[in-house]
Design a protein around this ligand. Sequence first.
Ligand code: DAH
Length: 341
Amino acid sequence: MQDRLVRLEGQAISELEGVEGEAGLQQWKVKYLGRSSELAEILDGLRKLPKDERPAVGKQANQLKARLEGAFAAREQTSRAASLEYSLQEDRLDVTLPGRTLVRGRLHPSTSTLRLIADIWAEMGFQVYRSRDVETDDYNFGLLNIPAHHPARDQWDTFYTKQEGVLLRTHTSPGQIRVMRERAPEPIRVILPGMCYRYEQITARSEIQFNQVEGLAVGRNITFADLKGTLNAFARRLYGEDVKTRLRAGHFPFTEPSAEMDIECFVCGGIGCAVCKGTGWLEILGSGMVHPTVLENGGYDPSVFSGFAFGMGPERITMNLHRIDDIRYFWSNDMRFLEQF
Ligand code: DAH
């Protein structure tokens, strides 16, 4: 029995030296000091030994137990110290290393232009009115004086939905009817920014989605002179004090008379270049005096009220401001394009 204890001690101690890590230590503890270890078995079996052997073996076995526990505690301590040392070395913080660069988000060029435009109109007393992207045929066309089968509808290639009479707005103009019906008979001074959709071939000049900023002023004595003065004031704020503008007669079913506004090409100064396609002028918006039928559809009596309206394309304006030659860049999410702004 005494030999067995000596052998057991030798085996346990040499194995303990080779043990690695916390898990290995715990395994060793179970094997040599656990409830079903050989030592526990020996201590358990003491009762069955002849009486005269019992004290000596018992003493030796208990001493062995104490030694193994001591060796275990010591080994555990060196192992912990080693792993602490390791993690201190490993996780060492080098405060002289350069920091990681933070990637900063930025505004989409359309958003910046939209905000710039909204700020200018806000200074001139125009509130922002948000209308809906999904519209009815009636609001998008009928109530704007473009009845079904009217040839003017060809101007707006439309995305229809499966729901009869429901479509994606082709312009922000239907919002005019919505504000008027909400505010009548109060005076109105609003802009209506938002996304519009057209069922078109996507090319460098045309996209199936783009923003518009609609404007609407309704009141008792609004004249064409107000329209002209207001649009000129806007152009001066957007393009600079000495921008040259001109109004050209145009046609929109919801305004009468209608006019398109051009600014002198700021690339060539009016001589004619690729940006203005040789004309010397850049078209920036459509406008006109709100058609009496439209006023009436909005709930305003056209013999008492009058108003002007306009619509512009912020992507077009952004393209001119930044000399962008392809509208497809706006929604293709190419970082090489977006990072330039
Ligand atoms: N809705 C027109 C379009 O999409 C733009 C427009 C022209 C809006 C004249 C107006 C306006 O309010 O008066 O082409």
